[in-house]
Design a binder for this molecule. Structure first.
Ligand code: SAH
Ligand code: DHB
Ligand code: MG
Length: 225
């Protein structure tokens, strides 16, 4: 992708963000603190964060599971969409990411709504399942891509008909169509898409996106059975 092209995508992202989304000190502070702590800047974009927020509100979700917290930017967007009494559990493997996120989430006034569970998600998901929570209404999968198919299996197990599962980064700059790619993330995303296609209990689609984060996309699955 030419840098001219990427600059245009970023300019359009800014155009919509400035038009449609009020400045938000807690979200700005979360990004600033994450950058200051040296976290990778791979959070969802503001427009994508708001899209997740609107999805959660539109469906009236009361419980959310997130896999991959980073500094809590997507977490804050999601948690703010919950009604009073709603809960969000976010799984994060990196202790420093979890620490930065905890502070960001507290600053956003969401400490009582959000619980971060530290550990590799494939370790913490079975623990979560053993606790016999109510099913999650909404699941956002956004951690290490090689495990996406496994995360999707857990998401299905922890949800109910009517739940929605969103999976980030399913386009990988277009490389998702390259069966011979040696990139483990690309292979993980390909395996996930095949898993999604073979799953009779969901209706799914995938949408390509361009913007400040380049060329990527997300998949959405509605659990039907
Ligand atoms: N959802 C965040 C971005 C997440 S980036 C946002 O949009 O703001 C991906 C995160 O997944 C990183 O913080 C990384 O440490 C975490 N991660 C990587 N492997 C993991 C694993 N096995 N289990 C849980 N989290 C993992
Ligand atoms: C990248 C982007 C993401 O949204 C993510 O979850 C992981 C990595 C990236 O651009 O490298
Ligand atoms: Mg992502």
């Amino acid at each position: 992708m030419s840098s001219e092209q990427e600059q245009q995508w970023s300019a359009v992202d800014r155009f919509f963000a400035e038009l449609l989304t009020d400045p938000d000190p807690a979200l700005d502070a979360a990004l600033a603190a994450s950058a200051a702590a040296g976290l990778p800047q791979i959070n969802v974009s503001p427009n994508q964060g708001k899209f997740l927020h609107l999805l959660v509100r539109a469906m009236g979700a009361r419980t959310i599971l997130e896999i991959g917290t980073l500094g809590g930017f997507s977490t804050i967007w999601l948690a703010r969409a919950l009604p009073a009494g709603g809960r969000l559990i976010s799984l994060e493997a990196d202790a420093r990411h979890a620490q930065v996120a905890t502070a960001n989430i507290a600053r956003a006034g969401l400490a009582e709504v959000v619980e971060i569970r530290l550990g590799k998600a494939l370790d913490t998901l079975p623990q979560l399942a053993a606790e016999a929570h109510e099913p999650f209404d909404f699941v956002f999968i956004d951690a290490n891509k090689p495990n996406n198919a496994a995360y999707f299996d857990w998401a299905l197990q922890l949800s109910r008909p009517g739940s929605v599962i969103v999976v980030d980064n399913v386009v990988q700059g277009g490389d998702v169509v390259d069966a011979n790619s040696e990139d483990r993330s690309v292979q993980g995303v390909r395996r996930f898409n095949e898993r999604l296609a073979a799953e009779p209990r969901v209706l799914a689609t995938a949408i390509q996106t361009v913007g400040a984060k380049g060329y990527d996309g997300f998949a959405m699955a509605l659990v039907t059975g």
